[in-house]
Design a protein around this ligand. Sequence first.
Ligand code: SF4
Length: 486
Amino acid sequence: MQIVLRGAAAGYEAEHTARIFFPGAELSHTLPPEEEDLVLAVAHSRAYLVLLRRGGVTCWQTAPASASEQPRDQEYDLCRMLYGLLRRATGIRPPWGMMTGVRPVRIIHDMRAEGATEEEIRRRFLDHFDCTPERWNRALQIADLQRPILEQAAPMDCSVYAGIPFCPSRCSYCSFVSRTVGDKATRALMEPYVDCLCRELQATRRTVDACGLQVKTLYIGGGTPTSLNADQLRRLMQCMADNFDPASLQEFTVEAGRPDCTDEEKLRILKEYGATRISINPQTFSDEVLRAIGRRHTAQEILDCFHTARRVGHDNINMDLIAGLPGDTVEGFRRSLRTAISLEPENITVHTLTLKRASNLVVEHRAAAYDDVAAMVESCELLEQAGYRPYYLYRQKGTLQNLENVGWCKPGYECLYNIYIMEEVHTILSAGAGGSTKLVAPGVRHGRIERIFNYKYPTEYIDRFDTVLSRKEGVNHFYAQYLCND
Ligand code: SF4
């Protein structure tokens, strides 16, 4: 399937609308030969045309264009026509309708802040976007739960993220620039990497003080942080604790991630240095599916790791599951969900598999038929029945069936970092390779956002560390504008 777009109003949104129905379609600048499948969207000054040619059958629709409309409205009209045509022709009912944004919940927060009535917001979801009532209710439920948390956010709040770009093996669906800790060259990188990361965290502390920021949450993610050896992990945790007093924080999360590199000693280190929340991420409890995605551990090892974490005192544990993994079935996914629920972790996050271009799953064309993925995601009713409630939600480009990722928790165990980062309420200062610092203008709802990027690969990050630090001076410049204006 190819997507061809013509005219100013036929841009990114039209392409994305076509991809809701044909996620693997390629954007083409020229019309393909007649025997090839095609989605065409044309926006001329006087008329719109949308067309689908599939399996030799062609259907289309035209409508007069309104020259008096704003470009954004013209774009919406064209996308609406295209969406309607594709929905009728394919019989697919996209759960989020023609919504292309990744943060549905934020639309509710924004409309409320702008004074919209609840009915206007509801109509926006159901009529304008054509969301299903189920998805609208889910987004509303989450927005209501987040509201009191977001109301407490203060202008100079921030969070600090540290990234560990190493993993024990590469998962087939992963597009992250993580290096596998199998070879000697990578192992030799880890020590200097931790050195640099700790130096960057110390510099971050100085920046926090200079700008008058208040650190609310810490997050060590990856990759897999526990792929560091115990000494390296201790050094990193000590550095975090020395620079950002855990007692003053709302939350300190570490992704323990995978059981094939997480032992009792490392779990004790995390506890000792103040981690208040950890993740142990099964993705699935099927050994067969674990093998299919390139994990070198068994479901039993996940269970053992979870019980060890409990024994050493971790009382806030998240478990990630993924719907749509190759080789999984609806019943298999439900079994995984039931197993996770039986462990009673405080958080369970259900992702829908996203096909990223750089992942082995896509490169090796192993993306199986995922017709069952919607049924897997619907199994989350089991979470509700077990007393979990959804507290954050986001979507990604390339997610199967255009579905969503949802964090579920027991009441009172919402991961604040996840809410802060998703709703962009405050600055996230990121340290480490691949880190992206997001600066949010203080005291201005959805004011300016600036980003500072670190080098993506660990080698570049280490070799050009002075540049990493000098780029971070941008944080001081960013805040100086606001402090001067006060
Ligand atoms: S553990 Fe996460 S970061 Fe590492 S390879 Fe797997 S998906 Fe990628």
